[in-house]
Design a protein around this ligand. Sequence first.
Ligand code: ADP
Length: 498
Amino acid sequence: MEETPQSAADVEPSGRLGLRLASWYAVVFVMTSLAIVLLTYRLLAASLEERDQQLVISTLREYSQRYAEGGLGSLAEAVDIEQRSGRQERLFVRVVRGQSQTLFLSAPNAFSDFDVSRLRGLSGLEQVLSQTGSARLEVASARLADGTLLQVGKSTEIREALLARFRYVLTIVALVIVAVGLAGGAVVTRSTLQPIRRLISAVRGIIRTGRINERVPVRAERDAIDELSALFNEMLDRITTLIRGMEHALDNVAHDLRTPMTRLRGVAERALQSDDVQAQREALVTCLEESERILAMLETLMDISEAETGTMRLEMSDAAVASIVEDVVELYEIVAEDKHIEVSTNVEPGLTVPADARRLRQVLANLVDNAIKYTPSGGRVSVSARREGAVVRCDISDTGVGIPPHDLPHIWERFYRSDRARMQSASGSGLGLALVKELTEAMGGSVSVESTPGKGSCFTVAVPRATDLAPNSSASRRRKPSARPTPALAKKSQVTSG
Ligand code: ADP
């Protein structure tokens, strides 16, 4: 068992695919999660800022009211009550007259950090940065009825501290997300690729060991990978059947060639040992006959496989059925007479069929040959042809031995001969009906048989009448390989291949 150098390279593609899948998963997961985290932070910051600004503006409105109602004293009292209540964070409140005369100021110590002299008293929110730059004072101003300026402000310090804490927590969350994303990517990829890896290793095992009988395991869950594995197994089944069929066909050819070749050698050896010129001549004639038989068998085999694979060149034309039947019957006249078999024909006049005349003759000749061969002396064979719907139907029937039901499914296989046929007739290769079937199907037709043992058989060839039916249609190639071992070959190919 040889370890191929490619095996390391073979692992890589699935590994690389795994890495790619894991990266994609991690990137998509992490990016989505981070986007959500970022959005949450932004929304929180915006809502905190809005809440602070609302507070400043509503407080400014409230204090303006107080000032309008009760003057500075009332305002100072309200500020005092508010600050002592401790309900909320302390605000910056200032009342200024003119440019810089401060009439009232309420500011916690922390506010000393801001340079409030820079406030201009503009409408809207003004901002003053703290000296350390870590916080801002957001101030809203309102001009009161007596011309003084009321300012209410709030430091962003607490808000910033809250957001800083939130940022810290979010950073940790983001790190966890990245870690989970990477780990999740690895786990998901691993579980996704595992069946593929199993398939790869099973296939590699089969290739390495050459054990084509082994199969890839298919799980009960049946996902896409199992479907692929099942298909792969099915393909292996088909290949195995094909290989077995080819082996059988080869066995049969080898077996059937050995007999005539041995005979040939025996005849030649005997002729060489003999000094009789006449005997040598006869031996040469026998050798010639044997070699012709072998050639005919090989030719028939090639015809079958050409017709089966669709590579046979057919010369399609409107073939006159009556003339073909006449030719065939004439060819077998003497044989039939010798056996005292009556051959009758009944062909519809003027009947033509789109077919290769030579091949159609070959088909009918094979069937008539069989009919005469398998009919005992004194029997009858009839050949008839007529239109039937969209086809031309030719029946070749005999009053012969018939075909036992268990032989019927096999008679179309290459080299198949029934036991009785083998015992009864030395001639015959078991290729005749295989050729009949493949040729008929190559011409777009079909062939069938009905038979009663002891009474006779009727073979029917149906060829479509319409010329648009392409020859070599796909039906002709839907054959399963013949898997039957058979012996013997004989005259059949000789008779048919001309
Ligand atoms: P073979 O060379 O043996 O005739 P074929 O392929 O022509 O080979 O026929 C296959 C088998 O089908 C024959 O061995 C025979 O058993 C059977 N068979 C074919 N035609 C007939 C028939 N007309 N009557 C009875 N049996 C037949």
